[in-house]
Design a protein around this ligand. Sequence first.
Ligand code: NAD
Ligand code: 0WE
Length: 271
Amino acid sequence: MGLLSGKKAFIFGVANDRSIAWGIAKAFHAEGAELGFNFLGEALEKRVRPLAESVGATLILPCDVSKDDQIETLYKDVEKAWGKFDILVHCIAFANRDELSGAFSNISRAGFHLALDISAYSLIAITRPAIPLLNEGASIMALTYYAAEKVIPNYNVMAIAKSALECSVRYLAYDLGGKGIRVNAISAGPIKTLAASAVGGLKSMLKTAGEMTPLKRNVTQDEVGTTATYLASSWSSGVTGEVIYVDAGANIVGMYFDEKKEESPAPSAKP
Ligand code: NAD
Ligand code: 0WE
């Protein structure tokens, strides 16, 4: 019996086999969950459908989370196929590419709206219609990034969106706690995915991040997947409203310097 046997999980945000959402899907599947997926547009359907079928997914549905009617249609299909379900995963972010570099003060009103709509409001938008369909003990989770708390150059408008997302996680957790529904966030370290690859300087960011972490490496999609499995399961039944770090310890570091480059200590002064 797997940790998630008998549970149904709907996962938003698989684009390809490098997606964090796919790392989560594989881990849930290994623990016996029944899975459902969305895809964004026909181009991604070609990638998502074979992946979803490889883990025996029973639901593969189109959904642009910026469209309320598409969310509504999706949950009608979820209800038809599953009735109720247990786990909801949000792995979605989007901002205009040209607002993920350069001056923070250049963020446009339209760019702010877009990033906050797709990357933060969407958690509320996909949670509200799910509430009547979720079983007692259900678990909702979203993916966030440390730039919500401390400045990471160029993350810019997405940082505001992640702060809003993390705050939404706390308020949703408070709201839904009485229904026995938990809501948490996973703050992942940098991982080379489709979204991350489109960002300038990712390679050197991954190199620096992999040196400054206590574990002296970066994290993988699969490591996010196993923490997501813990959050999805009853093993985390007392945990809600939290941000859990899967970042090789990066968030605890106050200062980093390269100890390999450090000169050997000066000889102590002779008395
Ligand atoms: P990814 O490109 O694999 O996934 C992003 C997903 O967002 C895609 O599946 C895309 O289709 C979806 N999406 C974008 N706009 C959408 C819309 N309007 N409607 C529906 N779906 C939409 O990249 P990823 O890195 O796996 O990102 C997943 C989550 O992890 C994001 O929330 C991201 O911010 C977060 N995250 C990523 C990293 C990293 O370094 N890769 C680190 C921390 C957190
Ligand atoms: O959340 C993310 C990626 C978010 C993202 C990426 C893109 C690129 C393509 C959102 N929207 C878009 N829009 C596009 O057109 N990450 C945590 C990965 C990431 O993004 C960064 C990072 C890291 C790490 C941006 C700047 C600095 C570091």
